[in-house]
Write a protein that binds this ligand. Structure first.
Ligand SMILES: CCc1ccc([C@H](C)CC(=O)N[C@@H]2O[C@H](CO)[C@@H](O)[C@H](O)[C@H]2O)cc1
Length: 807
């Protein structure tokens, strides 16, 4: 706490102001008169970073002194968003920062708003990794995040006539003030080449191509800077920066080629969040960061520990989905080829360190790499994968006993990364109770039967720092008033407000906080997008990646059906709504892009309708990202979590909305099930088929056209779309979408439509009673302690990593 006091002392007396001024002059090289907003942001960021460095050193010193077991979180994605405001929040110096900027005549909020998002992720998986970093630092787990320092993060989304278009993201065109380049941590990473047997029996892999992995470290401060972990991101560099020979011939392209090719590995994030494209470059990215991370953590271990066999006592590696699953064979390779262990022992040591989290049951999202590609890019690893597969067969099946394909790593010419990860790991977890149960009954049924104690559940969580204290100061101060300080790091304390749901005064102030956020969002939409909405209407929000299983289609179909009814029956008790959509589609996902266009087409028609303008508006701000979520979520009244049951592994947006006092309309899918358990049936709107009912309906040959015929409302809307009502300029535009809906509807939109429509009418009725709504809103926030990522991380620390969690 000395350090914390030091940080405070250094900020209290205006030192922060001096530090900012010094950085502006001497780090940025600008006078106050000449400084731009970006310059001020750089100066403030550097000054705040300074306050994190000492506790960072102290954390590292303690980890070594106490020889703490470390956690290494390997993830292809870290969807961090902005860092300045979050660091200021964690250090508790917002007033100081705001006052210091004010003294320079600079608006603090504009400085914060100037920071580009670090969009190094696609969606749920990447954002979860970022929340986990915050929680590991706050609860005091000695941890490193390992990932890729993409030059270009997730693409920028623009709409051209309602169609999504993608533009490159370029967060690094400006200096990134939070990172430190670690030129001493650069490792050669090989690809391709040969594997040779040496006369002493040892195996040597001689790669044909080598790229350098250069480390960039970003400090990850926990609450009040008591503990500061590290995020180490790898950037690809060429071993040979420049080829002078072609240069001297004037062939500048050839001269630059080696560097360009090498750097391609960390150039851009693949924008898919479900169907892998199976590109060789993606495989190289996965191996590049995994191999660099394993080399780095083994170096750190052997620097202080003699016996490599003891690695599992001091190292726990978490594989964030199958993307780093090559870690199994790579760690075995290091132990066998470089440390001389026998294969069997090396495999046991490696498995002792590795743990795998599965984030999706979607068959098409499970990575499979063609065996011939693996032989070409990673020949030594392919040899070891065969050995691992063989050894597993022998250890689980008698010699003559046939092995079901489902437990084979290599099958049908592919390496199944899910099976490789499962077999290489000590613990495997799902991300919600329902999802973990479904893992045991579907994709990993046979492996679960062979290893019944390997799968555990760790229901996701979100950090209450960014997703409540940071993005919702209006509610946060009300909570602090009612609960006292401490809830930010012990969210269970929010339970205290449950009885206040019956306190009219508290309800009023709770609703006032919500209205404050709705007014802020209204201003944001006007300022950024020139969109005008009615801040007193119900803000009904669905924000997430566009995917058929998330059923944005069902949402917009219901909106159109409500619109039809409003026109048919103007006195019907529809609650005035602003229906907000946000989300990107993977560039190659045609149906998702068509759904975006349909939302914009129906929005254009409905928003232009004078008759219903006061009761329904449809808004789709482009380029949904972390910092936009921080404005949308606090302003939400209704949270749309309407996925086909059994297909959303957990969801994390659902938790953020409930934490911020929104009511959920949703299916019994993912973590919605656990949200309902905690908020109670009367404070949530559940509808639709359960996961088992979905499976059953599919097995019994579900006929969507019958469901459409049975629902006049749905039939009317489908016909309107098919006839081009919302696309007069191209009546056939939605042929594929309508045909799929009538003929296939794998995601049960038609089957759940009427139940969804009815649930939305219940929402309208509930909205009419402001007191009851406010009461339910309070009773959504109160029990959200379970959904703090601090609780999730404490679960991993105890059940998976077996590490201390103490600052
Ligand atoms: C290789 C292409 C690819 C890339 C990313 C993914 C991710 C696993 C998709 C993802 O983000 N899954 C989401 O993970 C969240 C965090 O656990 C869950 O809350 C969501 O339900 C799940 O869809 C799959 C396939």
């Amino acid at each position: 706490h000395g350090l914390q006091a030091l940080a405070r002392a250094r900020t209290a007396s205006g030192d922060l102001e001096n530090a900012i001024h010094d950085h502006l002059l001497y780090s940025i090289g600008k006078t106050t008169a000449a400084a731009s907003l970006a310059d001020w942001r750089m100066a403030l960021s550097r000054a705040v970073r300074d306050l994190v460095v000492d506790p960072w050193f102290e954390t590292t010193r303690r980890i070594y002194a106490e020889d703490r077991k470390r956690v290494y979180y390997l993830s292809m994605e870290f969807l961090i968003g902005r860092l300045l405001e979050d660091a200021v929040l964690n250090l508790g110096i917002e007033d100081h920062a705001r006052r210091a900027m004010y003294r320079f005549g600079v608006n603090y909020d504009e400085v914060v708003d100037d920071e580009p998002d670090a969009a190094l992720g696609n969606g749920g998986l990447g954002r979860l990794a970022a929340c986990f970093l915050d929680s590991m630092s706050t609860v005091g787990v000695a941890a490193y995040g390992y990932g890729i320092r993409y030059e270009h993060g997730l693409f920028k989304q623009r709409f051209r006539e309602g169609w999504q278009i993608e533009q490159p993201e370029d967060w690094l065109t400006q200096v990134h003030p939070w990172e430190f380049q670690r030129s001493e941590s650069v490792y050669p990473i090989g690809f391709g080449g040969e594997v040779r047997q040496k006369e002493d029996g040892r195996t040597v892999w001689e790669p044909a191509e080598t790229v350098l992995a250069a480390a960039y470290d970003t400090p990850v401060p926990g609450w009040r800077g008591r503990w500061v972990n590290t995020l180490r991101l790898w950037s690809a560099q060429a071993t040979q920066v420049y080829d002078l020979e072609p240069f001297s011939r004037g062939d500048y392209l050839a001269a630059a080629a080696p560097a360009v090719l090498a750097e391609t590995i960390s150039r851009v994030l693949y924008p898919d969040d479900s169907t892998p494209q199976g590109k060789e470059l993606r495989l190289k990215q996965e191996f590049f960061f995994t191999a660099a991370s394993l080399r780095d953590l083994v170096r750190r271990f052997v620097a202080h520990h003699k016996d490599i066999r003891k690695l599992p006592e001091k190292v726990a590696v978490q594989l964030n989905d199958t993307h780093p699953a090559i870690a199994g064979p790579e760690l075995v390779r290091i132990l066998v080829d470089e440390h001389g262990l026998e294969f069997d022992e090396a495999f046991l040591v490696a498995r002792g360190c590795l743990h795998y989290t599965n984030h999706t049951l979607m068959p098409e999202a499970l990575e499979r790499w063609p065996v011939d590609l693996m032989w070409r890019v990673l020949p030594r690893h392919m040899q070891l994968i065969e050995r691992i597969d063989e050894a597993h067969a022998v250890s689980t099946h008698a010699a003559n006993q046939p092995r079901p394909d489902s437990v084979k790593i290599i099958d049908g010419g592919n390496v199944r990364m899910g099976d490789l990860a499962f077999i290489s790991a000590r613990k495997v977890n799902g991300v919600s109770a329902l999802h973990t149960d479904l893992m045991k009954r579907t994709v990993f049924r046979d492996l679960h039967a062979l290893h019944p104690d390997r799968i555990v559940n760790q229901t996701n969580g979100v950090t209450p720092r960014r997703w409540l204290a940071g993005c919702n100061p209006a509610l946060a101060s009300l909570l602090t008033e009612a609960v006292g300080h401490g809830w930010e790091t012990d969210l269970e304390q929010l339970k205290v407000i449950a009885p206040l749901a019956d306190d009219a005064g508290f309800r009023t102030r709770f609703s006032k906080a919500k209205q404050t956020n709705k007014d802020l969002l209204t201003k944001y939409l006007k300022a950024k997008l020139d969109i005008t909405v009615d801040p007193t209407a119900m803000f009904d929000i669905q924000i997430k990646r566009i995917h058929e299983y998330k059923r944005q289609l069902m949402n917009i179909l219901e909106a159109a059906a409500a619109w039809n009814e409003m026109k048919r029956n103007p006195s019907a008790p529809f609650a005035p709504r602003v229906r907000i959509f946000g989300g990107k589609a993977a560039p190659g996902y045609a149906m998702a892009k068509l759904i975006i266009k349909l939302i914009n087409d129906i929005g254009r028609t409905v928003n232009a309708d004078e008759e219903t303008r006061d009761r329904l508006a449809i808004v789709y701000p482009p380029n949904y990202n972390v910092s936009m979520a921080e404005v949308l979520i606090p302003a939400a009244d209704l949270s749309e979590q309407i996925s086909t049951a059994g297909m959303e592994a957990s969801g994390t947006g659902n938790m953020k909305f409930a934490m911020n006092g929104a009511l959920t309309i949703g299916t019994l899918d993912g973590a919605n099930v656990e949200i309902r358990e905690r908020v109670g049936d009367e404070n949530i709107f559940i509808f639709g088929k359960t996961a088992d009912e979905v499976t059953e309906a599919r097995e019994q040959g579900y006929d969507p056209s019958a469901a459409i015929a049975a629902s006049p409302r749905l039939a009317e809307v489908v016909e309107q779309i098919a006839s081009g009502l919302f696309s007069p300029e191209d009546p056939e535009r939605y042929r594929a979408l309508v045909d799929n809906l009538r003929g296939h509807d794998w995601f049960m939109v038609c089957a759940d439509f009427d139940a969804y429509y009815a649930a939305q009418r219940e929402v309208d009725a509930a909205w009419a009673d402001k007191n009851a709504w406010a009461r339910s809103a309070v009773l959504n926030t109160a029990p959200m302690g379970w959904f703090s990522s601090d609780r999730t991380i404490r679960g991993y620390a105890k059940d998976v990593w077996e590490v201390d969690a103490r600052v």
